[in-house]
Design a protein around this ligand. Structure first.
Ligand SMILES: [Zn+2]
Length: 153
């Protein structure tokens, strides 16, 4: 367990000197590292390029599957809500992390703030979220559920 965490922490630390954020992650299956990821938000101009998302994307490409069942996501820091959701979508078995949201907050990152935002009513969020039905909003789902060739995920 420590071996994987140590590697994620080393990736995170090295990534700072490479112009990225201080986050690193691995996807591990059994005793094998399937993929590694580091935070690439600034160099890629991609706010979703968190280390865990990068590792998940790379692992899926390496395994040729959009499911990572049987794999563990190992992260230098507690996954933010985006990354935790990505782990759920990827159907990972386990998330293991070293630093937590409070450690990230001390370094100026919003992980804890976003967990707090999600726990509050939407009308208090800094982001306006609007639900507006059009009468046709179910069409994509109707098309999906009647398409026999679909691949459920
Ligand atoms: Zn994240």
């Amino acid at each position: 367990m420590n071996r994987w965490l140590d590697e994620a922490i080393a990736l995170a630390t090295h990534n700072v000197t490479a112009g990225g954020g201080p986050f690193g992650a691995l996807v591990v299956r059994g005793d094998e590292v399937v993929a590694r990821g580091v935070n690439r938000v600034v160099p890629d101009l991609d706010p979703t390029a968190h280390a865990e998302v990068v590792a998940i994307r790379t692992a899926c490409q390496a395994l040729g599957d959009f499911r990572l069942t049987g794999c563990v996501l190992v992260s230098s820091c507690e996954p933010c809500p985006l990354c935790l959701s990505a782990a759920l979508w990827a159907r990972l078995d386990h998330v293991l992390y070293a630093a937590d949201r409070d450690d990230a907050a001390k370094a100026g990152f919003d992980d804890r703030e976003f967990y707090d935002v999600l726990a509050r009513p939407r009308d208090t969020w800094p982001l306006r979220v609007t639900h507006h039905r059009t009468g046709t909003e179910s069409t994509p789902f109707d098309t999906w559920t009647t398409t026999t060739s679909r691949i459920d995920y």
